[in-house]
Design a protein around this ligand. Structure first.
Ligand SMILES: Cc1cc2nc3c(=O)[nH]c(=O)nc-3n(C[C@H](O)[C@H](O)[C@H](O)COP(=O)(O)O)c2cc1C
Length: 188
């Protein structure tokens, strides 16, 4: 089983990054093969609505997304991990998701269904405040992203009240909860 982790924070080894690492370790503990994409290190242009994808399901922009599309389609499990920026995912990860309009076009316009092999996904997010609806908007985005690429949203871990770089390490349960999420995801 291949588990792909998509790390959406621009801060390495801060809060989102260790959460995702723990989740991937949890998946690994179940025998999964894991890979982490650090989106901030990639060159991913935002969607420009050229809509070349409506013709053949391929984006006309040539950048690091070329290597990401096959990974998104081959993974058996996908974990999206992001800090909350203005009640949403970071722009880095949102650019990656928007460029998946090409995969949306394959599914809904060209009627070429994505691989349906019971692919599943989870969402991990962390924010500084404690607002009740802190994760609502981002969750909808991730759910719709998963739907477009043929992945079922099955699990989530939302951590409130964590702000400073690396503060997640002081949280009593977050890292072990992330490990357990990864484990569950690889078992289902
Ligand atoms: C541009 C920006 C916008 C943010 N917006 C929110 C927000 O809307 N709600 C919130 O609770 N925290 C917000 N935060 C705080 C981050 O979510 C928080 O610091 C988080 O722990 C960062 O995780 P990271 O260190 O893994 O990047 C924002 C931070 C930045 C830099």
């Amino acid at each position: 089983m291949k588990v792909l982790g998509i790390m959406g924070s621009p801060r390495m080894k801060s809060n989102t990054d260790p959460l995702l690492d723990e989740a991937l370790k949890g998946a690994q503990s179940q025998g999964a093969e894991v890979e982490k994409i650090i989106v901030d290190r990639l060159n991913i242009a935002p969607c420009r609505e050229f809509y070349g994808c409506l013709r053949d399901g391929n984006c006309v922009i040539r950048d690091d997304m070329d290597a990401i599309y096959p990974k998104l389609l081959e993974a058996d499990r996908i974990i999206v991990a992001s800090p909350i920026f203005f009640y949403r995912l970071t722009s880095q990860i949102k650019a990656l998701i928007d460029r998946c309009q090409a995969l949306w076009a394959r599914k809904y316009v060209l009627k070429r269904a994505p691989p349906d092999s019971g692919r599943k996904g989870a969402f991990i997010a962390v924010g500084a405040t404690k607002g009740k609806r802190l994760f609502d908007g981002s969750k909808l985005t991730v759910q719709f992203f998963f739907q477009a690429i043929g992945v079922t949203y099955v699990d989530e871990l939302f951590i409130r009240g964590v702000d400073k770089k690396g503060e997640i390490r002081e949280h009593p349960t977050a890292l072990s909860d992330a490990f357990e999420l990864g484990k569950r995801l690889a078992q289902t």
